[in-house]
Write a protein that binds this ligand. Structure first.
Ligand code: HEC
Ligand code: HEC
Length: 165
């Protein structure tokens, strides 16, 4: 895993950083807890088969999507990657013990310096796993393309981590 990995990571990260930079305003953090008012559960299919992610769907539906769609896929991937460390994958693996609405407010920040991801040196396997599995799978779950620097569209590292340049 020599230079080609860090090169690819560098591209992905630069892309993610650009995504973050262009992301615009953060909505006021609405606690996932206070979802009682939305009547949308009725229309949400219980089996989860037709659940589709939309960035502007109600938090309550996002939580259902996370439970039915994200958890099975991500739980499996994280457990396969490291069965000990991720023996118990839960919402908190990404949202933290306080259930921050956005994983970027909980997960470790990534530092991109001199064209390289600093954390890739300390945690090369983790970085590779993130790049090869987590990002593509999460992008697919969200129905978004993997971040493409050419179009500046899609889902990348910056979807879950705060990026420092
Ligand atoms: C593998 C990581 C991961 C796991 C596990 C996960 N989430 Fe998420 N969650 C995300 C990402 C990424 C987003 C979308 C990015 C964002 O909104 O900042 C998100 C968004 C959300 C939102 C929308 C927040 C908002 O205000 O827009 C809710 C609610 C939510 N998740 C609840 C949950 C619940 C409940 C669980 C457990 C059943 C869970 N999540 C598990 C990664 C995860
Ligand atoms: C769907 C959410 C998600 C996405 C997207 C994501 N990560 Fe992660 N990342 C995590 C989670 C969850 C952890 C584990 C945190 C822990 O150890 O509890 C993590 C941990 C890491 C770590 C270990 C950091 C440390 O200090 O322990 C690195 C490095 C990392 N990610 C790099 C990346 C890179 C590079 C990308 C883009 C190619 C990326 N991540 C995309 C969720 C995500």
């Amino acid at each position: 895993m020599g230079s080609s990995l860090s090169f690819r990571l560098a591209i992905g990260l630069f892309a993610a950083a650009a995504l973050v930079a262009c992301g615009g305003s953060q909505p006021a953090p609405a606690g996932p807890a206070e979802a009682g008012a939305t009547p949308s559960t009725e229309s949400t299919p219980e089996g989860g088969g037709d659940l589709v992610w939309k960035d502007d769907m109600p938090d309550k539906d996002k939580a259902i999507f996370m439970k039915k769609k994200v958890m099975p896929v991500m739980g499996k991937s994280f457990q396969e990657f490291d069965p000990k460390e991720f023996a118990e994958v839960s919402c908190k693996t990404c949202h933290g013990p306080q259930m921050k609405p956005h994983p970027v407010d909980f997960l470790p920040e990534l530092t991109f310096k001199d064209g390289k991801l600093k954390e890739a040196e300390e945690h090369p396997e983790m970085a590779k796993f993130m790049h090869d599995k987590v990002v593509p799978q999460m992008a697919e779950l969200f129905g978004k393309p993997v971040y493409d620097p050419a179009t500046k569209q899609g889902f990348g590292c910056g979807g879950c981590h705060k990026i420092n340049m």
